[in-house]
Design a protein around this ligand. Structure first.
Ligand SMILES: [Zn+2]
Ligand SMILES: [Zn+2]
Length: 227
């Protein structure tokens, strides 16, 4: 970095100090205190299949569900300050948080080190991408992939949402089949990244599309979990 750039950054920092996404105090993008307050999901008590926080022995969330992915983990539950960090990153445009969020994801997938052949993400809707000017999950998954030293690829696209009213009954059925489709053939083990796991339906759909396109196994990692 040149002296001029450093100077400009220093001045900018004096006028608009970086604020913590959790507590708003000047300093880093997520201060140490807020980081310590994250409601982390402990692997020792979580469901080893769907990642539910207290499902280690019997998981009431997934025991009767067929899942298109083999395992899922999340950094923490969708609570403050993780929830605010996700919102500040996505909707307030604090893109420097991508590094912090990817670092938290890397810790969450530490037990899967060297497992993935490729890292991909759940693509945002075109509307959300246009509004924000970037694809939020793409950025954190690319950062995660480079931290893991695993190739990163865009493998999924959202099917164009057709207006249900204009379709016949059969067409309506197939239009409801899945939100995502693979844009390339997929090989090996795929690590699928998303920001928040809500009902699990989105990653379920995305994982199914990846498996149908040839993935051997799909595992999911999300920053937060609401389900
Ligand atoms: Zn803070
Ligand atoms: Zn479970």
């Amino acid at each position: 970095m040149g002296l001029g750039t450093k100077l400009a950054e220093g001045l900018l920092e004096m006028v608009y100090p970086t604020r913590c996404a959790g507590c708003d105090l000047p300093g880093g993008v997520l201060c140490d205190e807020c980081r310590a307050r994250i409601a982390f999901i402990e692997a020792a008590t979580a469901c080893s299949r769907c990642g539910a926080p207290f499902g280690w022995l019997i998981c009431t969330e997934c025991w009767d569900r067929e899942l298109a992915f083999s395992q899922a983990v999340s950094v923490g539950t969708l609570e403050h300050p993780l929830s605010r960090a996700v919102t500040v990153y996505k909707d307030a445009g604090e893109r420097r948080l991508a590094g912090t969020l990817a670092e938290l994801l890397a810790q969450a997938v530490e037990p899967w080190r060297d497992w993935a052949s490729v890292v991909t993400y759940v693509p945002a809707t075109a509307r959300a991408r246009n509004r924000r000017g970037f694809d939020h999950a793409a950025e954190i998954s690319a950062t995660l992939a480079s931290a893991l030293v695993v190739p990163h690829a865009t493998l999924l696209t959202r099917r164009r949402a057709l207006d249900q009213r204009l379709l016949g009954r059969l067409e309506r059925l197939s239009n409801a089949e899945g939100t995502f489709e693979a844009i390339a053939s997929v090989q090996g083990d795929v690590l699928l990244v998303d920001d928040v796991l809500t009902t699990g339906a989105t990653v379920q759909d995305a994982a199914r599309a990846l498996t149908e396109a040839g993935a051997d196994e799909v595992r999911v990692v999300t920053v937060a979990r609401a389900w």
